[in-house]
Design a protein around this ligand. Sequence first.
Ligand code: TYM
Length: 335
Amino acid sequence: MDAARPRVLSGMQPTADSFHLGNLLGALRHWVALQDDHDAFYCVVDLHAITVPHDPATLRRRTRVAAAQYLAAGIDPDRSTLFVQSHVPQHTELGWILQCLTGMGEAGRMTQYKDKAQKGGGDAASVGLFAYPILQAADILIYHADRVPVGEDQRQHLELTRDLAQRFNARFGETFTVPEPHIVRTTGKILDLQEPTAKMSKSSPSGVIDLLEDPASIAKKIRRAVTDTDATVRADAENKPGVTNLLTIHSALSGRSVAELEEAYAGKGYGDFKADVADVVVGALAPLQERYRRWIEDPEALDTILAAGAERARSVAAATMVDVRDRVGFLAAKG
Ligand code: TYM
């Protein structure tokens, strides 16, 4: 943890019993790689998880489940600061200040809010869901992160974060680093296996592959993945989104280029190709699942790592807030 290295921050919501392949290929894998030459902060964003109705016991369990998957995927707590968002109360404090700098129209234009609010039945959407991206901006800015590794669906939230950093700096003086999104083009949007125009998400159980899913179920879903009638294994995002998505997944996990795979499967049918994609996915997830099981069976060890991470995160966040409070004009408390 060297302060001279560029800093990264990212987080995922603990809203499922497993992350999925989109979370891994779009974000988590890049988090692991970035640890080598960045000062990395990775959090489980439990404050974001309560923007939709939730069950308290389930949230508590899934927070550990999320942290265990970060570790299983290769996040190294000796090199990265791994913590739970709600353990650092300064996020909500900065979130409030940034809310006061955000226009209603600006927040209302966030497409993820519009989608979620619509699914939740319009009026049922909470004010917290509306303010969600502003809290995300606080998560990032409070650590002066230079880069934010996320999937394509977070691009708009990152734009808002940059706008808020610039606005704060212009109004109150240079305070925040304006962060860059770190979105890897090839894997930034992994598609749903059944509906390969939509992004893979947990809301579509037959189109999603969970990281903790059992091998037989993974193989079955890949065998049933929607393709096309052209019967050639070739990347063509527009006309062959299903096959292209499977090629992306294979390539990301096997390390073989898409061109090499196209050549290897020339003249072969989708059946052979899908069987191999399934083997590659199952093979890649097996060690992760094994490591996950060891972590989740040791909540003591998990909680110790999260406590150490929270302590480091709090020390950085608290220092930022001393500066922010002063710049905003809050009278310092005496003593
Ligand atoms: P969340 O929890 O919805 O998703 C976690 C990460 O997974 C990426 N992702 C995908 N990437 C590729 N293909 C997909 N099909 C796919 N589905 C999801 C997401 O882009 C994300 O990177 N708002 C964030 C959580 C957050 C955050 C932050 C992120 C809160 N504070 C600060 C970065 C920095 C979210 O909803 O992620």
